[in-house]
Design a protein around this ligand. Structure first.
Ligand code: AQP
Length: 340
């Protein structure tokens, strides 16, 4: 029996990077799972709070994220789909685990180090206040460990940038087991093989929900006209013809990666069709292919979003089922540490 857990932050509407980098894989795992497997997919609102959020925007994004997960084919009959912040077991366990995690280990996390470096840089340019480097950014990986360990997840699909966090979760689990007796299963990593989708405006950065420029990402809910405008404005280069060269021609390579992700081809193979052609041809094919790919999820999203009672029901039922797994675990943990 596998217990698979993954999460996504409601920091905006999911984009092509989230879709091809994570969400399509969630649906694939759901649809190929065995009858014994348990799949938990969470909208991780507490994680989103590590960056400044407008409360109304966060509320809307949380709701939309759940609707998108259902729209792309996650099925509440097969998977437990829930809001992380509806299950307080995560935060209780997070506190207990944070008391077993060394500061040194957290300070060595590359995500923390790069955030810290960015903030120092911004402070030097007086564009950020010191409060932006909140303690949650440092302890974020402990909350992620709690997300995983509260269900004793055996398989956690993550992108490359999250591998180090998963190693930390394994370390914490091991330390807990050594100190208090065997309670946690060490979670295994499922590396997602998919390629990273880059920003349409700056192909040296990844496509991201919270990047300031909305034209840098294509959302799963974008209309044909919105996709068209963003693709038309996507950064390319002025070299003749089209080749797949991620280092020398990152903008072109990114468009080919997105096209290949839609058609199931490698970007190299997709590139062969455009030898000697111009970006107009590639962009126009990409628009039609993407629109075809997003047509059904987009329509489903609108339908699901219009039925708030259904969404609330899914969230409530998901949280209830999630707690069925986490409550006994928390009871075991409380007993083990002497708090029961
Ligand atoms: N550009 C990307 N290409 C491939 N995969 C991506 N993911 C995110 N961006 C890309 C994958 O999507 C999953 C969910 O991401 P998340 O919301 O938990 O966090 P994130 O990586 O921080 O995503 P964003 O979109 O960049 O959000 P913000 O702007 O809020 O930070 C993860 O599996 C991630 O690898």
């Amino acid at each position: 029996k596998r217990v698979i857990l993954s999460g996504i932050q409601p920091t905006g509407t999911p984009h092509l990077g989230n879709y091809f980098g994570a969400l399509t894989n969630w649906v694939h795992m759901q649809n190929t799972a065995g009858p014994e497997d348990v799949m938990l997919y969470a909208v991780v609102g507490w994680h989103a709070l590590t960056l400044p959020q407008n409360p109304d925007a966060l509320r809307a994004a949380r709701n939309d994220m759940l609707a998108v997960l259902l729209a792309i084919g996650l099925d509440p009959k097969k998977s437990i789909i829930f809001h992380q912040d509806h299950n307080q077991d995560h935060t209780e366990l997070s506190w207990i685990l944070s008391c077993m995690t060394s500061m040194g280990h957290l300070l060595r996390m590359t995500t923390w180090k790069s955030r810290f470096a960015d903030s120092k840089n911004m402070q030097a340019h007086a564009s950020i206040d010191e409060g932006a480097m909140n303690a949650g950014l440092l302890t974020y990986p402990v909350l992620m460990a709690a997300d995983i360990l509260t269900y004793n997840a055996t398989h956690v699909p993550v992108g490359d940038d999250q591998t180090q966090h998963l190693e930390l979760a394994r370390d914490i689990a091991e330390r807990f087991n050594k100190t208090y007796g065997h309670v946690f299963t060490l979670p295994g990593i499922i590396k997602t093989s998919s390629q990273r989708i880059l920003s349409l405006r700056d192909p040296t950065a990844k496509m991201s929900k919270s990047a300031p420029n909305a034209a840098s990402r294509i959302l799963l809910t974008d209309t044909y006209d919105q996709i068209k405008a963003k693709i038309r404005a996507a950064v390319t280069d002025s070299l003749p013809g089209i080749t797949y060269d991620p280092v020398g021609r990152p903008g072109a390579a990114n468009l080919l990666t997105i096209l290949g992700a839609c058609t199931g081809e490698s970007p190299e193979v997709a590139a062969q069709r455009y030898e000697g052609k111009n970006f107009g041809a590639l962009k126009s094919d990409l628009l039609e292919t993407l629109n075809e790919t997003l047509k059904v999820p987009r329509a489903e999203f609108e339908k699901i979003k219009a039925d708030q009672a259904y969404l609330e029901g899914v969230a409530k039922d998901g949280a209830r089922r999630a707690r069925e797994y986490s409550s006994p675990m928390l009871q075991t943990v409380r007993k083990a540490v002497g708090l029961a």
